[in-house]
Structures are given as structure tokens and as C-alpha cells.
Design a protein around this ligand. Structure first.
Ligand code: GDP
Ligand code: IMO
Ligand code: MG
Length: 418
């Protein structure tokens, strides 16, 4: 058996949570491999909406085990809040949610460091989610971090105080109060002990040997990847398929299907380049019709047309074998929409690759007629209006990857398998 992967091909919020929830009955195990509470994955079913930040989106399926893998950074307070919310739906999470022992902990001071870093950057700020992600991964790489497995150690508190002191030294000129959060943090740490804490690599490799079906759920999107993304306006983890190997402890030859998910247009939260961004009425309309507000921070998402150059780049980085398109219903009745087929540089040179520096890059746009029919009525690809069918063929032809799912609404049921 191999591990299938589902990840975002844009700047996040492509609808990963919804689609993982749809696919999860086919999987024995769903695992997060990177990121942390910067993620906001929305699931809607039975007229109920859930936003998950740390817990994998297979959590509402009775027979699916959900794992938070080694590559994740976890804030125990946010995690326990989420656990309480979901427990109200009658699910006993200590049975089907396991934590990997090398998952890094986000400390209360990591959040303060995140805010301090942003403040010091001033106008060049990243626009982080403020959850302490960058500082937590910085401590991991600089060999200073605490793992979930450490909470069982006798000297856990001492280790915590050592790291906190380093943070306080860095934050000397700042005024802040973490006492209340720290109390909640230690209470949440105690509750983590109720969960099954696993060795990630052993768990996943044994599960594969036993023939278990596993889905790795990405957070953020490829263009926010620490290596492949629009650096420095990125997150601090390996968002791409490579992150599944390091984040779960499995070899590259254990990767199976790679589902790459994208919106029929593009959005971005936070700062950084965005070649197809719209500043006109069309941008406002996409924002309104798509309800484009961040699921974690509530910030307005910047909106623009689909960027085919960036999409092809993300497919290449991840080895995408199947595409999933979401929010096609938002373009319904729009009249028209556009796609950036190529880029133009400031020297008027046309390029068809994703350059390292996107400054002064302009999109070369192709116009399409949008569909008018209510897509929610469509149960299969043949029910799709001709314009949508042509659009699907166009993308498949350009990317050489089949579109296997089209999402036509936010609800679990508004999903068409092609
Ligand atoms: P994620 O971070 O990739 O899981 O995506 P988010 O949950 O942050 O953002 C996606 C938003 O679009 C959520 O509000 C979803 O409920 C919603 N959504 C997902 N798929 C569709 C779709 O096909 N059509 C519409 N209209 N909304 C969708
Ligand atoms: P999901 O999983 C959209 C963005 C932030 C900021 C940058 C760095 O819901 O798709 P960080 O807090 O990670 O240091 O912020 O990354 N960002 C996201 N944008 N969706 C997300 O996750 C994001 N997680 C981080 O807005 O620009
Ligand atoms: Mg999101």
C-alpha cells in the first residue's frame, strides 16, 4: 500500500478540509503532516459548519483514525478547544485521534515572538496568522524545541523554563503578559496525556504493511511552502508532497496518488506577490460571491483570476496525479472570467514559467465565457454546462493531469466525481 496525499496548489484555502471529509470514508487513516493552527479547514454537512485548525478532516467518520504527525506544530490550548468543540458532536476523540511523539509544541512565548517579528518588519510584514508558527519552526530547526513526547518526562517543566527564558531575553523590550495563557497551556498539556501518543514512522509503515489506506492532508498551499513558495511571504513548513515523507516518517517510494486541489480562481491572505490579483469590481465580486474571509483570522482574502503558470508550477513541485477544482459555482453567472496563461516581465518578455521574483510580473490573460446554470443540480460531469466542460478540458489539456473532482458548493454533498 501507499500513502495518498491531498494538498493545496495555490496560497491555501482551496477547500482541502471539505474534500478530505468527502474522501475520508475510503481511508482507514487521515494524517496532518505539517503546519499547525494557522490552518482553517471548513467542513459543512447536515447544516452544521465545523472549522478545524489542527485536527485532521477525517474526524467525523466513525471508522477513520486521525493522526497529527511529527511535522506539525501544535498549540495545546487551541488543540483542546477544538477537541471540546468536536466532543459536543458526540465523538470520543481519545479513541480515533492519535498524536505523534515528535510533534513540536507551540509555547505561549512563540505567539509573542510572532507578533514581535511582525511588528519589527513594519510595512514588510508577512501578515502571519499570529499563531506562533514561524517561531515554533525556528526553534525546531535551531534544535531548541519541545516535542509532545517530552510532556511525559520528569524534567519537562525545567526544559520549558529554559526555552521560555531564551524567548524572554529576545523579548526584553516588549511589554506582554502570558500568565493566563500559560496556565491554560499547562492544563492543556496535562490533557494531552489522555491521547494515544505514537511513534509516527513505525505507525505509518506498519499500517502500510497491514494494507491500511492512508490519506495525508496538507495545510496551507504550495505557494506558501518554505522552499517552493513566494519567499519570504510564506509559512515555515514544507507544504509540498516532500513534507509528507519528513512529516510522517515514510519513504518517497511510499507516496501513491497526489491529489492537487485548486479554486477556479485564486485567493491569498496576508502579504506577498499575487500576479493575477484584481483591484476592481471583479475582485470585489469574487470576494462577495465566494465569501472570501479567512477561516482562522477572519481577514478578507485578496482575490484574482486563476493563474495557470503558478498551477503548472505547483503540479510539478508536488507530482500531482489528480486535480480537484473547487468553487466552480462562484463563477456561475459571472458572465466571463479570465486565466493567466503566461506572464509578461517588465521588459515585455513573455515567459511561461514561475519565476523566483514576481515583482513587476504581469499576467497575460485569456478570457472565457462563464456558465449560467445552477451547478448544484449537476450530479455527474455530463450534467455540466458546455462552458464548464470546455474549461475542464482546457485545464486538463494544459496541465496534462485529469480533473477527477469538481466541487460545486461548500456542503459535503455538493461534489461531483468526474
Ligand atoms: P481549506 O483551508 O483549504 O480547507 O479551505 P477553507 O475552509 O479555509 O476555505 C474554503 C472555503 O470555501 C470554506 O468556507 C468552504 O466552506 C468553502 N467551499 C469549499 N468548497 C466550495 C465550493 O465548491 N463552493 C463554494 N461556494 N464554497 C466552497
Ligand atoms: P489553510 O490550511 C491561507 C498564510 C498567512 C501568511 C503566511 C504566513 O487554511 O489553507 P503563518 O501564520 O503560517 O506564519 O503565516 O501564510 N497562511 C495561510 N493562508 N490558508 C492557510 O492555511 C494559511 N496558513 C498560513 O496568511 O500570509
Ligand atoms: Mg483555510
Amino acid at each position: 500500500m501507499k500513502i495518498d496525499v491531498l494538498l493545496g496548489l495555490q496560497w491555501g484555502d482551496e477547500g482541502k478540509g471539505k474534500i478530505v471529509d468527502v474522501l475520508s470514508p475510503k481511508y482507514d487513516i487521515v494524517a496532518r503532516f505539517q503546519g499547525g493552527p494557522n490552518a482553517g479547514h471548513t467542513l459543512i454537512f447536515n447544516n452544521q459548519k465545523y472549522v478545524l485548525h489542527l485536527i485532521p478532516s477525517g474526524i467525523f467518520r466513525e471508522n477513520t483514525i486521525n493522526i497529527i504527525g511529527d511535522g506539525v506544530v501544535l498549540d495545546p490550548v487551541i488543540f483542546m478547544q477544538e477537541v471540546s468543540g468536536i466532543s459536543k458532536a458526540g465523538i470520543d476523540l481519545t479513541k480515533n485521534l492519535f498524536l505523534a511523539e515528535k510533534t513540536n509544541l507551540i509555547l505561549p512565548t512563540h505567539r509573542i515572538l510572532d507578533a514581535a517579528n511582525e511588528k519589527e518588519l513594519g510595512k514588510s510584514k508577512i501578515g502571519s496568522t499570529g499563531k506562533g508558527i514561524g517561531p515554533a519552526y525556528t526553534d525546531k530547526v535551531s534544535r531548541n524545541a519541545l516535542h509532545i513526547g517530552d510532556i511525559l518526562l520528569q524534567n519537562f517543566k525545567e526544559k520549558y523554563e529554559n526555552i521560555k527564558q531564551k524567548h524572554l531575553n529576545r523579548l526584553k523590550t516588549y511589554d506582554f503578559d502570558i500568565d493566563e495563557y500559560e496556565t491554560k497551556w499547562f492544563a492543556a498539556i496535562d490533557r494531552l496525556k489522555e491521547f494515544n501518543i505514537i511513534n509516527s514512522s513505525n505507525f505509518f509503515n506498519n499500517a502500510l504493511k497491514e494494507g491500511k489506506k492512508i490519506l495525508a492532508e496538507g495545510a496551507q498551499g504550495t505557494l506558501l511552502d518554505i522552499n517552493a513558495g513566494t519567499y519570504p511571504f510564506v509559512t515555515s513548513s514544507t507544504v509540498s508532497t516532500a513534507g509528507v515523507c519528513t512529516g510522517l516518517g515514510v519513504a518517497p517510494n511510499k507516496i501513491g496518488e497526489v491529489y492537487g486541489i485548486f479554486k477556479a480562481y485564486t485567493t491569498r491572505v496576508g502579504s506577498g506577490p499575487f500576479p493575477t490579483e484584481l483591484f476592481d469590481e471583479d475582485g470585489k465580486k469574487l470576494q462577495e460571491l465566494g465569501h472570501e474571509y479567512g477561516a482562522t483570522t477572519g481577514r478578507e482574502r485578496r482575490c484574482g483570476w486563476l493563474d495557470l503558470v503558478a498551477l503548472k508550477y505547483a503540479i510539478q513541485i508536488n507530482g500531482v496525479s489528480k486535480l480537484i477544482m473547487t468553487k466552480s459555482d462562484v463563477l456561475e453567472g459571472f458572465g466571463y472570467f479570465k486565466i493567466s496563461e503566461r506572464y509578461k516581465t517588465n521588459k515585455n518578455k513573455i515567459i511561461n514559467y514561475f519565476p523566483n521574483n514576481l515583482l513587476n510580473i504581469k499576467p497575460v490573460l485569456k478570457k472565457f465565457a462563464s456558465w449560467k446554470d445552477d451547478l448544484k443540480k449537476c450530479k455527474s460531469k455530463k450534467d455540466f454546462p458546455q462552458e464548464l466542460q470546455e474549461y475542464i478540458s482546457y485545464i486538463e489539456n494544459e496541465t496534462k493531469v485529469p480533473i477527477t473532482i469538481v466541487s460545486t458548493g461548500a456542503d459535503r454533498n455538493e461534489t461531483v466525481f468526474c
